[in-house]
Every structure is written in C-alpha cells, then in structure tokens.
Design a protein around this ligand. Structure first.
Ligand code: PMT
Length: 398
C-alpha cells in the first residue's frame, strides 16, 4: 500500500499558514496521490486558487453552489471520491464549524458528507488554541474520530511564542503517508470469519444462506494491507484467497466455531463477518432422505454463538461483529453489541430495498461502538472494508 493513486481531498482554510498547504499538496502529488484542493472563501485571502491548480493539475474548488462543478462532480460525489480528507491549515473558526456539524460552505459540507478519515492540522494564535472553547471543539472532533495532527509550538506569525503553529508540511505528509504505507495494524494478529455455513441434513442437502464471502474476504484483504497478520476462517465460497492471508476452509457452524476457538485467544482482533447458521438439524441422516413421506419434520438445535464465545474470552481480542437486519437495523444491531459484549458492531441493512448486503458487490454499514457511531455509505465492498478497517484501527490504537 502507498499513497500512489490515493484520492486526497486537501481542505485549506483561511489562516496565514495557508501558503504552506501548497508545499503539502506538492509532496502528496509527488508521492503519486491524486489531490483535489478545496478552499474556503477566506483561504483565498491568503493564497490563490491558481497555485494549487498548477501543483495538482485539478481545478481548485470552493463554491458549494457552482452549477458547472456540481454537474461535473457534485459535492456528494466528491465526498465519496476521497480516500482521505486533510484540513491544513484548520483555523479555530473552521474547527468550531466542524465540531458543530455545520455545513455552510463546500469544505464543511464535504467534512460532514464523507465517510473517509478526516485529518485536521490546526493553525492559530496560541491564545486562540488554548481557549477552552477551542479545546472543547478539538475534544469533540477527537470523539468523532477525527485525527488531530499538531499544532507545533514555536514562534508565530503574530509574534507570539507557544503552541498553535501548523505542523510543517513534511510532518503532515509523513503522518498521512504512514497511514497508507507503514501499516497501521503492523504486528496485529487478526482473525476474520466470512461466508455462509452449511448445516447438513443428509449427505446431499443442507441449510445454508446467501452469503458469498465478498464482505469478509474484503475485510481480510484490507486488514492485510494495513500490515495485520490475517487468518480467514471461511465457509463455502468460490472467492480467491486475498494475497498474504492464511485461509482455513470450513463448512458447518460447529467447524467454524472449533477453528475460531483454537486461534482466537492468541489474536488481537476478531472480525465476525460470516453469516453463521443459528440452528442445525439435530440429527444428520447418514444416507439420502427418500421422498416417501407426504411431510417431514426436522428438529433444529442451537449452534454455539462464535462471536459471543470469543467476546467472553478472558483478555480476548478486540471484537467486531456484523448485524444483518431487515428492520430497526441500527437499534437491533446496538442491542446485539451490548448483549454479546462486543467492542464494535457493523449494522448491515440486508432488506431487499437496501441495494447492499448478501452477495452484492456494494454495501453500506452503520458502525457502532460504546459512545460513538459512524455511517459508511454505499460503496464497493473493498473500499468499505478499508474504511471499516481504518475505524477499527483508530479504536484499537485509542
Ligand atoms: O458474504 P457477502 O455476500 O458479502 O454478505 C455479507 C454479509 C451480509 C453476510 C455480512 O456483511 C453480514 O452482515 N454478516 C453478518 C450476518 C449475520 O449472520 O448476522 P447476525 O445478525 O445473524 O449475526 C450477528 C453476528 O454474530 C455476526 O457477526 C455473526 O458472524 C455472528 N454470529 C452469529 C451466529 C453464530 N452462531 N455465531 C456468530 O459468530
């Protein structure tokens, strides 16, 4: 993984450090990233849009109500386009807007509309930085999962000395580059379940479900990209194993349970994406059941809950569950999170009108954890997996 071809939305707000954003844009472009600069109106008082345009090769954007731009790539598309948003410099005013969830210009709207990680590099006078209002806003942004880089301390443009200077562009670049290259999950042992299970009725029949494995395989790949050592316990699926991932194939829920419980205690992270059958036939016929009777009854017994058993391990891994729901999606998912005592749950709307879920190439998730939540809008499953892994990584490191 590297910054090459990554979509970086660089937001520039109106402070004296805005001129340094040009150098940051240059470093990102040099690393192969595709950079789209969005300026606030006041940023234009400090630096010209043409400067960024010359560096990035893309027209700088600033207006939310620009019909030509909106027709080409509307603000929601732009928000989805971004793999990462960097606000550098971020003024006290813009930080306050973000903390309030305002959407009164293009950049603040994009910050609200994006599912990509948002990195904020504050830059302001030291007194403004230490003001309780700014500090409370920074805390709010951190609670919302925003990554705050800096500020640095030192001599300021106004002559004051103290904390408030924007980090140097090279330092911001290194931090961002590290998010894509160093592998935020290097050294983390991750275990992922994926796909369906098949509960045998007789040698040729089974109870199964529509899971293809796409979501779980994408998560295994995204974790591996971030440097994790990944084991994938997969129910029946035709998908190729993501490179660098160790795969264990299983069929029934009991086999999946056994495979997982042998490894889970030694793992740091468990992501349960599999659609595991809650019940299995109490007995499995040893030969094919003949079509003689007019009706058949089958007694089902409960399968063990793999996720709950892993979550119950003493000093077990960080646990991430999925909740496939058709109604009251978020409320049911949160109830599951609390009941199974898991760290994070990804609510998955699998109703027929959702457009995602089982066997589709796209999906959307509503991720919940104790004291927080984030919506990851509809996108390709690999992209979504990368966004989820980014969130998991933030929580693990927090
Ligand atoms: O494979 P795809 O076609 O890409 O589809 C992806 C998906 C829709 C299957 C996936 O995104 C998803 O939502 N997986 C969870 C499906 C599910 O069975 O959810 P659930 O609400 O029944 O289970 C809740 C959680 O407990 C899940 O993390 C599940 O893996 C886990 N579980 C459930 C039962 C059980 N016996 N053991 C478990 O570990």
């Amino acid at each position: 993984m590297s910054l090459a071809n990554r979509h970086i939305l660089l937001g520039v707000t109106g402070g004296i450090a805005a001129y340094k954003a040009a150098e940051l844009a240059r470093l990102l472009v040099k690393a192969g990233a595709r950079v789209q600069v969005v300026m606030t109106r006041s940023a234009g008082e400090f630096i010209g849009a043409m400067t960024f345009q010359a560096i990035t090769g893309k027209e700088t954007r600033s207006d939310l109500f620009d019909s030509a731009h909106e027709a080409a790539m509307g603000h929601i598309e732009l928000a989805r386009w971004a793999d990462l948003v960097i606000i550098a410099p971020a003024t006290a005013n813009f930080i306050a807007l973000m903390a309030r969830g305002s959407a009164n210009d293009l950049l603040s709207t994009l910050c609200l509309a994006t599912a990509a990680p948002v990195v904020v590099a504050p830059a302001m006078n030291r007194q403004m930085w230490s003001d309780p209002a700014t500090q409370a806003n920074i805390e709010t942004l951190q609670e919302h999962g925003r990554l705050i880089l800096g500020p640095a301390a030192g001599e300021q443009a106004c002559g004051d000395v103290g904390p408030g200077r924007m980090l140097e562009p090279a330092d911001i670049f290194d931090a961002v580059n590290g998010m894509f290259t160093s592998g935020a999950l290097a050294g983390v042992r991750a275990l992922v379940t994926a796909g369906p299970t098949r509960e045998a009725i007789d040698p040729v029949r089974f109870i199964g479900n529509r899971s293809s494995g796409k979501m779980g395989f994408a998560i295994a790949q995204a974790l591996e990209e971030q440097g994790a050592e990944v084991t994938l316990v997969a129910g029946p699926s035709q998908l190729p194993t993501p490179s660098g991932v160790t795969r264990i194939d299983v069929e029934a829920a009991l086999e999946m349970h056994n495979a997982v419980m042998q490894i889970a205690a030694d793992c740091d992270l468990f992501v349960a994406t599999a659609a595991v059958a809650d019940y299995r036939p109490e007995t499995v016929a040893s030969s094919k059941i003949k079509k003689t009777a007019e009706s058949q009854e089958m007694r089902l017994v409960r399968n063990p809950d793999i996720l709950a058993d892993v979550a119950a391990l003493a000093s077990g891994p960080f646990t991430v569950g999925f909740a496939a729901e058709t109604d009251n999606v978020v409320a049911y998912a949160d109830e599951k999170r609390q009941r199974k005592c898991i760290d994070m749950i990804a609510a998955n709307d699998v109703s027929s009108q959702s457009g995602g879920g089982f066997d589709s190439d796209e999906n959307a998730l509503h991720v919940l954890w104790e004291g927080g939540q984030q919506e990851l809008p509809m996108t390709g499953k690999l992209r979504l997996a990368r966004q989820l892994v980014e969130l998991i990584s933030q929580k693990i490191h927090a």
